[in-house]
Design a protein around this ligand. Structure first.
Ligand code: NDP
Ligand code: 8X3
Length: 257
């Protein structure tokens, strides 16, 4: 298998589970994140477990010169990325709009929107030149429906949805597919811990219902990426059985098998 997938935000959660899924299927991987030690250790694990090639790149997606430098550090053969998964992202804070933190707002906008744009800007020209490629963006149920205190996080994910749609139109004539996955709540991630800045008590948001797991989303991403060349799955909106939308969760207890 000579296919190359580039996954941003592979040090934890959905990105990590997605890297494991593609590695298991024999793909060549470029994995990224800011936490160097975690990323390098994960790359070694993948290489020894699956006997595949893995290139780890440590950089902050919010910083365009770091993004460009990381991309330029790749050998030309590694630049032939078949699938770009724009996964790195986060929510910060959970305040009503009049009490929101400007720093939190900037961090979400810079990561979820600008980071996705910067990655797309450096990777997509090679896809256009080769007339081949697939970009898969991580959106959210928060990009489909708003909820109390979700304000700016939702705005970034509504923005991701708009970008997915417009990127698909721009890249249509170049034979580059653009898809999106919008999950509801997903455990086995650091999402809640990051949103609540390490507050373990506040981060216990999955105790009274069973959410999706990171590997459920990974499986869906892999399915999207492995359709025949004439098929593009444009958008998958997925939630656990106990969730029916951003504002509808059956919190009557977990239903793990
Ligand atoms: P995690 O916090 O577990 O993972 C986030 C990943 O993004 C980490 O690998 C982190 O790596 C990386 N990342 C964050 N900021 C940056 C940055 N500035 N530069 C580079 N990498 C960065 O969360 P999830 O796995 O849950 O989140 C993945 C995506 O899924 C996000 O876009 C999120 O919005 C979306 N999502 C999550 C849901 C959930 O309930 N968990 C539901 C719906 C969507 P590092 O810290 O090492 O840089
Ligand atoms: C993560 C899901 O509902 O916390 O995107 O916004 S939610």
């Amino acid at each position: 298998m000579d296919h190359i997938v580039l996954i941003t935000g592979a040090t934890s959660g959905i990105g990590k589970a997605t890297a494991q899924k593609f590695a298991k299927k024999g793909w060549k991987l470029i994995i990224t994140g800011r936490r160097k030690e975690k990323l390098l250790q994960f790359a070694e694990e993948l290489k020894s477990k699956y006997a595949i090639s893995v290139t780890p790149l440590v950089f902050d997606v919010r910083n365009f010169s770091e993004v460009e430098q990381a991309w330029n550090s790749l050998d030309s053969e590694w630049k032939n990325v078949d699938v770009l998964i724009n996964n790195a992202g986060l929510a910060r804070g959970f305040n009503p709009i009049h009490e929101g933190s400007i720093d939190d707002w900037n961090e979400m906008i810079d990561t979820n929107l600008k980071g996705l744009l910067y990655m797309t800007r450096v990777v997509s020209p090679s896809m256009v030149n080769r007339k081949k490629g697939h970009i898969i963006n991580l959106c959210s149920t928060a990009g489909v429906d708003v909820y109390p205190n979700g304000n700016v996080y939702s705005a970034t994910k509504f923005g991701v949805d708009a970008l997915t749609k417009s990127m698909r139109i721009d890249l249509l004539k170049h034979n580059v597919r653009v898809s999106q996955v919008s999950p509801g709540h997903v455990e086995e991630t650091e999402f809640a811990l990051v949103r609540f800045r390490g507050d373990k008590e506040r981060s216990k948001i999955y105790e009274d219902f069973t959410p999706l797991k990171a590997r459920d989303v990974a499986k869906t991403i892999y399915f999207i990426a492995t359709q025949p060349p004439h098929v593009n799955i444009q958008h998958v909106l997925m939630m656990s059985t106990q969730q029916a939308g951003s504002n509808f969760i059956d919190r009557s207890g977990r239903r793990d098998l």
